[in-house]
Design a protein around this ligand. Structure first.
Ligand code: SF4
Length: 263
């Protein structure tokens, strides 16, 4: 059992028992993935989480869009951005394929202490191939088997990766339009979508889907750990529901990416 920040031969880094502290930042100098025992994001609660470089987000319109006056991708800004930019540099320097990145991420997941906490896969990053998704999903299932809580994620790669590649992991397809919501639904995905504004905290029906506003955005006392809506994509599909996130702040694009990539 690992007890502190460290690294693996393949370049995955892990951190036990804390936020993304300086030792992890240093340890990330050559890494392809970061796996953190306890997320620093108060909105998702007491969960473990993983990070890949945004070079893996091949289907996301927001990656690499950060520029003056428009913060673009959430994961490429602030503290997360420091790690993500380093991961991107490392992936490019190593010519690391999506599978190799997924293998590094999987080894990080395998090193987590499993104490019933949920696992938020891909605070940044994505699995753009079925093989990569299967590798990470297998690691998530091993995490559950040794006592971990529910793993969940979001993906922009729902067109190229079949839902079954993610196995029992709850994964929502991040869509931008109602037409894509319908396409993703037909392919077996539950869906998540950013809307400009909520009209209230009640669900509404649009495009044949019952959109439920993310409770963490409408109430102060909710985290993903207590809400768990996104942690059960089977249920969302069964009731014909999707999760809606409200874009907000000075940059709608930033908010949209924050929701679809980092929530
Ligand atoms: S709807 Fe999803 S993102 Fe929002 S609080 Fe619930 S689990 Fe978290």
């Amino acid at each position: 059992m690992h007890s502190g920040p460290g690294r693996f031969r393949d370049g995955a880094r892990y951190a036990q028992g804390g936020h993304m502290k300086l030792p992890v930042l240093k340890a990330a100098a050559e890494s392809l993935a970061i796996v953190v025992q306890k997320s620093a994001n108060v909105k998702i609660g007491d969960v473990s989480t993983t990070y890949l470089g945004t070079v893996s987000c091949v289907d996301c319109a927001y990656r690499h869009t950060t520029k003056e006056g428009d913060e673009g991708c959430y994961a490429e800004n602030g503290m997360v951005g420091i790690h993500v930019r380093r991961l991107n540099r490392n992936v490019r320097a190593a010519h690391a394929s999506p599978v190799r990145q997924a293998e590094a991420e999987a080894r990080g997941i395998d090193a987590l202490k499993a104490r019933g906490q949920a696992l938020r896969i891909h605070t940044s990053g994505d699995c753009p191939t079925a093989e990569a998704a299967r590798i990470v999903a297998d690691a998530a299932e091993r995490f559950v088997a040794r006592g971990g809580g529910t793993p969940w994620s979001y993906t922009h790669a729902w067109r190229r990766v079949p839902r079954k590649a993610w196995g029992s992991v709850s994964v929502l397809a991040s869509v931008e339009t109602l037409a894509d919501a319908a396409r993703a639904t037909r392919r077996g995905w539950a869906v998540a979508r950013v809307v400009p504004q909520f009209s209230g905290d009640k669900a509404w029906v649009e495009g044949g889907i019952r959109w439920i506003p993310c409770p963490a955005q409408t109430r102060d006392d909710v985290t993903c750990s207590t809400c768990r809506l996104c942690l059960d994509d089977n249920k969302l599909r069964a009731i014909g529901a999707g999760v809606a996130f409200e874009a907000h702040g000075s940059s709608k694009r930033k908010a949209a990416e924050k929701v679809s990539c980092a929530r």
